[in-house]
Design a protein around this ligand. Structure first.
Ligand SMILES: C=C(O[C@@H]1C=C(C(=O)O)C=C[C@H]1O)C(=O)O
Length: 362
């Protein structure tokens, strides 16, 4: 099937208000398509189900599943030039966001976080905000998805729709987990700086410490449920116009002990998107952020995909994402706060993170 026919099918599915997800894995050259053949909202009861999962940040809320058994699933190669230069551009540009208000509120929130870290045994808390951009005369999610594919080859890029939930798009640099039979891998990704060509990369101790906290947390927690745990050296990972610190972690799962449900409970939410200690950070976020993260910093991807050779799961953390509500784009961004955070710099970091999505919006 030609890619243009696939895109036509997606438009048809949306017109019929039927759920779907299209995605491209990091470095892959194929587009994966899942068209659900009814409009039921399936919620996950336990993680033994098989389908595409879309889970919120708040673990007290249910994750959504598009079951493979109720979907038409196929793959198509993405041509090198996914969007023709002369193709009509469908998003009319006049979007505006309320930056001043956002800045004051976010800086205030970060100051609260720094204070809580100084006064309690909270060590790290990831604080985030929404940025609403309205005033578009039209927004074409499929066109934006195609631009995401062209711009972010190393990200997990997706476009997810459910008529009873909404429309989300993203290009995330972070893997939550990859499981192939008993082989497990994940990453500790944290610390951020802008990418500048020709600038030598140097990391400050705030970022190094913040990322190490994430690595240590994952290694400690994994040691209780998996064997043969190995981690890579920490290195710089480029995500569009940003750089992060990354450590890759691999392990062997043990029958009985390492059910995927246990692993998800351990890993989600990681200190890369929540904080440490986990429960304290989570309640600080729910109490002080002042908005609902919904699916931002949740996770998404293939759950228990059975092929002839193996059973595999590929889940990603939902970062660098946005929700489309009619003619409005709602961007979600955040960053890790520690005792060494400088509120102005943390604000700037979230502004830089919005660029990933703004690049395809404007
Ligand atoms: C929370 C976000 O990103 C996370 C936080 C990072 C940080 O604090 O430096 C870096 C990468 C992600 O783990 C986001 O992109 O919104």
């Amino acid at each position: 099937m030609r890619i243009e026919n696939v895109y036509a099918k997606i438009r048809e599915q949306k017109e019929k208000q039927l759920p779907f997800v299209i995605y491209r894995k990091p470095d892959a050259t194929q587009l994966e398509v899942l068209l659900q053949n009814n409009n039921t909202l399936y919620e996950i009861e336990d993680y033994s189900s098989s389908g595409f999962v879309f889970a919120p940040f708040d673990t007290s809320k249910k994750a959504i599943l598009s079951p493979f058994a109720h979907s038409n699933r196929f793959r198509v190669s993405i041509p090198n030039k996914n969007i023709e230069k002369n193709e009509e551009f469908l998003a009319e540009i006049s979007g505006l966001s309320d930056t001043t208000n956002n800045q004051v509120n976010h800086i205030r929130l970060v100051e609260k976080g720094i204070k809580a870290i100084a006064l309690n045994d909270l060590r790290k808390v990831v604080l985030s905000r929404q940025e609403k951009i309205s005033g578009f005369t039209s927004l074409d999610s499929l066109h934006m998805f195609r631009k995401l594919i062209d711009n972010y080859s190393k990200a997990f890029v997706y476009y997810w729709y459910h008529p009873k939930v909404g429309t989300w798009l993203g290009a995330t640099p972070e893997t939550l987990l990859e499981i192939k039979d008993d082989q497990f891998s994940t990453m500790a990704l944290a610390g951020t700086q802008p990418y500048k060509i020709d600038n030598p990369i140097e990391w400050e101790s705030k970022e190094l410490e913040e990322q190490e906290m994430v690595t240590k947390f994952i290694l400690d927690e994994l040691s209780q449920i998996a064997n043969d745990i190995v981690s890579s050296k920490t290195y710089t990972h480029r995500a569009g116009t940003l750089l992060h610190l990354r450590t890759d972690i691999k392990a062997r799962l043990v029958a009985g002990k390492s059910r995927i449900e246990n692993i998800i409970n351990i890993l989600h939410p990681t200190p890369a998107v929540c904080g440490l200690p986990k429960e304290k950070a989570r309640s600080f976020i729910l109490q002080h952020e002042g908005y609902d993260r919904k699916f931002y910093t949740g996770f998404l991807g293939e759950l228990n995909l059975e092929t002839q050779e193996q059973v595999a799961s590929n889940l990603f953390v939902n970062l660098r994402c946005m929700e489309i509500v009619r003619d409005k784009a709602i961007l979600y961004v955040g960053g890790g706060i520690t005792k060494d955070s400088v509120p102005e710099k943390e604000w700037r970091e979230t502004v830089n993170k919005t660029e990933t999505m703004k690049k395809v919006l404007f």
